[in-house]
Design a protein around this ligand. Structure first.
Ligand code: T1G
Length: 698
């Protein structure tokens, strides 16, 4: 079946693109459009309507083609062919017209869209720029500033906004887009207007210092990224350089971005995040997914309230249960406050907030959760308390109710053992703040049924989160890897690196926050109590020694005004504390650790390679099925820079052999206790392999 077809109706030609799932501009589509235009003109059509079958107009270039040998016709050539048509070409937009799809539409002479359509340039999310004239045509339509906002944010605009901005000429309100597009084309023919080419327009002049000011404005959000600056340069050229020269420069910038490690990393994550939400090998995707309408959340604390708020936002009926009356009231207030804040920021309409709160009930009686489809437990991180909660839930809930625990480190199998339905027990590890962080680790217990695992994935998507199925071990994937990262950041303190030096090195490298600032934010007592529960801590008095000393001195972090750093009241800015520096020095002396000057490179390599080593072990043990899953966990749950693709992709980018050599050096220097080389890492290094090439573990 051809991906592009053309039919003539009276004096019109209708070109239909049909390339599921999103009508991406594959080579066949590009070639098909050109031949369809030739056929339309050969048939004497006086106008052309270009539309798409399926759920959306063209959602972009075919990302799968990138990095491979691209074949003509190139998209700019297709667009030039459209612009060369004698009669008007009308693009009929529905769904999400994005990237190359919007460039294709801007190459048409006019655009009509259904009210639910959205248009945008998300290339920046892939480390790219619009490479087929978007940086030249959009400013001609909407001005330099508006065009930059669209391309730098990567966020789509809705049809009404697009119409107001002049990106879309008309909204199709009748419900029949194609008919209205054909009528629009007939009107244009009847009107005898010559085809209007956006390329012939000029960009509204800007103030002399506009671009330098704009660069300053976007600097915080685009730190470390390559393509935003290239977009700004292209838009600058749209004002000062003849368009054909500017289009040539744009193409050069596009290919440089395409070849960059940043774009390779971001394209890797695009597909890894979509792969992660598919059931891992060994889990039958055909398992019947139970319908979910009612959810109960046990525990009205910060996590419970955040989870409940997310579930309300996804349209579920939610019952929040807490055995403490004051705690339950606080939880309800937290949820109401989240809605109030959302309305104040214009993120949530008043109606949606009222609807959400209307679906919320609270109770202290377990009987109230008897009829729910899913329970998410979010009580205190204590095995005994969780087992007691699950035993009670087991007695009151229906036999098919799924019982999920939000534990961040405890053994899901031991929690499941407190019930008679271990097959229905699963972990749903949300990250704090639960209503903001996108990641949910879906932890499969030894007996968790496939249907329960498969149910967790669409649930995560419905909560607008990224669900990753992980195995049951201490810390699952994210927190287990965090231990190695945190351990090195602690040892570096004893060895002579200051907290602010460690945080600075890792933030300059791209981490959203340094490990010590994160520790103060989360509360040093959280890690402290988890370490107290563990029975398998390394026999090493240095292990998290500084953090322990701070907690025992009552320095818990931001919440006590001091932790690793000092915090002035009302300020979040971490201030280095000479008292902590003195404490570290005395602890190092007592432990016989020689202090020395440590460079940024060593700080970054020890912390990041500790992630890679643990990630390799996690893959060896099958706790994660795909290396991409580990990357998805770390970019969505721990502030790992997306433009480096995640720990395992980063190892592939550096070269697994180089990582292996460095880890061997660390093992020889610091001992095998922490730097034992995983066999998988050694094996990949020896055969020049990549983590990404590993077959998913089933
Ligand atoms: N190319 C190839 N495959 C794509 C694709 C694309 N552009 N977009 C989506 N897919 C696949 C995706 O991998 C998944 O496959 C399926 O479609 C459904 O996607 C030249 C250089 C359109 C909003 O960045 O934002 O144009 O997993 O799960 O949630 O200047 O897909 O089913 O096998 O995301 O309904 C610019 C990227 C490209 C848009 C739909 N365009 N796509 O979301 O479905 S660069 C983009 C999306 C470019 C030009 C530049 C979303 C969506 P599978 P999905 P969804």
């Amino acid at each position: 079946m051809s991906v592009v077809s053309v039919e003539t109706r009276d004096n019109l030609a209708i070109i239909t693109i049909d390339n599921p799932p999103v009508n991406a501009l594959s080579q066949a589509v590009r070639a098909g459009i050109v031949s369809a235009l030739d056929e339309a003109e050969g048939a004497g059509a006086e106008a052309v309507v270009l539309h798409c079958a399926g759920r959306t107009f063209v959602a972009g270039a075919d990302i799968r083609e990138f990095g491979k040998s691209l074949k003509p016709p190139w998209l700019p050539e297709v667009i030039a062919r459209i612009e060369a048509c004698d009669g008007p070409v009308v693009a009929a937009l529905h769904g999400t017209t994005l990237g190359g799809g919007l460039e294709l539409a801007l190459g048409c002479h006019y655009r009509i869209a259904v009210p639910t359509a959205r248009v945008g340039f998300p290339e920046v999310n892939l480390g790219l720029i619009p490479g087929a004239g978007g940086t030249q045509r959009l400013p001609r339509l909407v001005g330099a500033e508006r065009a930059l906002d669209v391309m730098i944010s990567g966020k789509p605009a809705n049809a009404a906004e697009a119409a107001r901005a002049g990106i879309v000429d008309r909204l199709a309100e009748s419900g029949n887009l194609l008919d209205e597009a054909m009528n629009f084309a007939r009107e244009l023919v009847a009107g005898g207007e010559p085809p209007r080419l956006i390329r012939d327009l000029s960009v509204e002049p800007v103030d002399p210092d506009f671009f330098s000011e704009y660069r300053k404005r976007i600097a915080p959000k685009t730190r470390g990224l390559m393509s935003p600056e290239r977009i700004v340069r292209c838009v600058e050229a749209s004002l000062h350089v003849p368009i054909d020269q500017a289009l040539k420069e744009e193409r050069e910038h596009f290919f440089e971005c395409m070849a960059s490690p940043q774009s390779s990393a971001l394209r890797h994550l695009f597909f890894a995040e979509r792969q992660a939400v598919k059931p891992p090998p060994g889990v039958s995707a055909s398992a019947e997914v139970p319908e979910m309408r009612r959810i109960a959340v046990i525990g009205a604390g910060t996590m419970g309230a955040g989870i409940a708020y997310s579930c309300l936002g996804a349209g579920f009926e939610v019952t929040v249960l807490d055995n403490d009356e004051a705690g339950l009231a606080r939880g309800q207030k937290t949820i109401e406050g989240l809605y109030k804040g959302g309305v104040a920021r214009g993120k949530v309409s008043r109606e949606k907030a009222a609807d959400g709160l209307g679906r919320l009930t609270t109770s202290q009686d377990y009987a109230a959760v008897g009829g729910v489809d899913l329970v998410i437990e979010a009580v205190f991180e204590s095995m005994a308390i969780k087992q007691e909660v699950f035993a009670r839930l087991d007695r009151v809930c229906g036999p098919d109710t799924i019982l999920a625990t939000n534990t961040s480190t405890l053994d899901v199998d031991r929690i499941a053992a407190a019930t008679d339905r271990p097959g229905k027990v699963i972990g749903t590890h949300f990250f704090s703040p639960a209503h903001i962080m996108r990641l949910v680790e879906i932890v499969r217990g030894a007996e968790t049924e496939d249907s329960v695992i498969v149910a967790g994935l669409p649930l995560a998507k419905r909560l607008r989160k990224v669900g990753v199925v992980v195995g049951n071990c201490f810390g699952f994937v994210g927190n287990r890897m965090l231990y190695g990262y945190g351990r090195e950041s602690q040892l570096l303190l004893l060895e002579g690196a200051a907290p602010e030096q460690i945080d600075g090195a890792l933030q300059d490298w791209g981490m959203a926050m340094g490990p010590h600032a994160v520790g103060d934010l989360a509360g040093l007592d959280v890690g402290y109590s988890v370490r107290r529960e563990r029975t398998d801590l390394p026999d090493d008095p240095r292990f998290y020694r500084v953090a322990d000393v701070l907690v025992e001195a009552g320095r818990l972090g931001r919440k006590t005004g001091k932790g690793m750093y000092l915090y002035e009241s009302g300020s979040r800015a971490p201030i280095p504390d000479p008292e902590v520096a003195a404490w570290i020095a005395s602890e190092a002396e007592a432990l016989g650790v020689e202090q020395r000057a440590i460079g940024e490179r060593e700080i970054v390599e020890r912390c990041i390679y500790a992630l890679i080593v643990e990630g390799a072990r996690i893959l060896e043990e099958g706790i994660a099925s795909r290396s991409g899953d580990i990357d998805v966990v770390w970019v969505n749950g721990y502030g790992f820079p997306r433009y480096r693709g995640g720990p395992m992709h980063y190892a592939d980018t550096i070269g697994v052999d180089k990582v292996y050599a460095k880890v061997c050096e660390f093992r020889n220097r610091f001992g095998p206790m922490y730097w034992e080389v995983p066999e998988l890492l050694e094996d990949l290094a020896r055969r020049g392999g990549k983590f990404a090439d590993l077959k998913p573990a089933g």
